[in-house]
Write a protein that binds this ligand. Structure first.
Ligand code: FNR
Length: 366
């Protein structure tokens, strides 16, 4: 297996990483009342000890009444939650990794397994949970402005707590992605419109507000996906030109690194080239990109939600593309749930010891 390229250092603005391996953000719902516990800190610290370069936290919600859809999802606001995150980031640093919180607002989504709901209705661009059903409120201009400020405040706090960069969750059909997607965004004001460029205005304003809060040197990562949890086949950009209209304004607003979420990283984005989403995002914007999606595993992560595990797969293809310069960083999700030493095993060439992904590992935080 060719793996050395995964262990080249990476540097961008104030961020210096010892290798190219990123822990993908993964919701674990082990933070009662939104407060990350010492067990949460120990969980991330173990991945740092296992030699991950950059850890992106599970989605952690900004300060809006209905930004979360589960009481055990961590908050990124409030004294106790921020104190919990301070412990997490200190533990991660003491074990040699860098860390970003993933700042999140769920928008309007179908309920999770429990019947828990926030006290106020879910909020989204047009109140829609799918093409023809309302299940929340249409955000007013004041709601939008307060949400932008909530992201900016969490960004300021991330920097103050000592995080090395931050990630905005703009993917997978959650709030920011609901604004991008014409199916859920029917607005007729400046936050809606026929083109992806017009529907990106909400994201652009969040990025600009965050940039104002954290200064120029603190890297802002933006996670995006074509697919939605509401429709795996959805596409925001059908052509490279549409992708330019989507990504260039986001880059100009202040994104440093694009985190391009695919279910399978090897799938090409457009006909006529084998470049994947991260490859196109880098080609279009000139910015560093992160690829993700079934790296080192045979099955994709939607199967995990249906209760399936996954077997180990070779890293040859991802390293080939990394060495070709398609993208700069490689995010790994499920393998790091089942095996905190995944990165270390790769570095040492112990690939026969890799564990794959065991679905039962989702039930515990170890
Ligand atoms: C996820 N994923 C995810 N993505 C995200 O942006 N924020 C999140 O909070 C979560 N939560 C989450 C929980 C669990 C249990 C899984 C398995 C996945 C998606 C994740 O970051 C990643 O994109 C996918 O898992 C694909 O990567 P792997 O698992 O194929 O390496």
């Amino acid at each position: 297996m060719i793996t050395h390229s995964l262990f080249q250092p990476f540097s961008y603005k104030s961020l210096q990483l010892k290798n190219r391996i990123v822990m993908a953000p993964m919701t674990r719902t082990f933070s009662p009342q939104g407060i990350p516990t010492d067990e949460v800190a120990a969980y991330y610290e173990k991945r740092a000890q296992g030699e991950v370069g950059l850890i992106i936290s599970e989605g952690t919600v900004v300060n809006r009444p209905s930004s979360s859809n589960d009481p055990n999802i961590p908050h990124f606001y409030g004294e106790k939650s921020l104190a919990g995150w301070k412990t997490v980031v200190d533990c991660v640093h003491s074990s040699g990794a860098k860390m970003a919180p993933q700042l999140w607002h769920v928008g309007i989504v179908s309920r999770r397994n429990s019947d828990w709901r926030p006290e106020t209705p879910f909020e989204g661009p047009s109140g829609l949970v799918n093409l023809d059903t309302k299940d929340g409120s249409e955000m007013t201009i004041s709601d939008i402005e307060q949400t932008i400020q909530a992201f900016a405040q969490s960004a300021r706090d991330a920097q103050k707590l000592g995080f090395d960069c931050l990630e905005i969750h703009g993917a997978h059909g959650y709030l920011i992605d609901q604004f991008f997607w014409e199916v859920l965004n029917k607005r007729t004001d400046k936050y809606g419109g026929k083109t992806i460029k017009e529907r990106s205005q909400f994201a652009v304003e969040i990025i600009k507000a965050i940039r104002n809060s954290v200064g120029n040197e603190f890297p802002i990562i933006l996670r995006l996906s074509q697919w939605k949890q509401q429709d795996y086949g959805a596409r925001l950009a059908q052509t490279p030109k549409e992708m330019e209209e989507w990504l260039i304004p986001l880059a100009e607003a202040g994104v440093d690194i694009f985190h391009c979420s695919q279910r399978r990283f090897w799938e090409k984005e457009f006909a006529g080239s084998d470049l994947n989403f991260a490859g196109w995002a880098k080609k279009i914007t000139g910015k560093p990109t992160i690829t993700v999606g079934s790296v080192g595993l045979k099955g994709d992560f939607i199967a995990a939600f249906k209760g399936e595990g996954s077997e180990v797969d070779s890293l040859d293809e991802v390293t080939r593309r990394l060495e070709r310069g398609d993208f700069d960083l490689v995010a790994v999700g499920r393998p790091l749930i089942s095996d905190s030493d995944w990165a270390k095993k790769i570095r040492l060439g112990n690939s026969t010891e890799l564990k794959g992904f065991n679905k039962d590992d989702l039930k515990v935080l170890t």
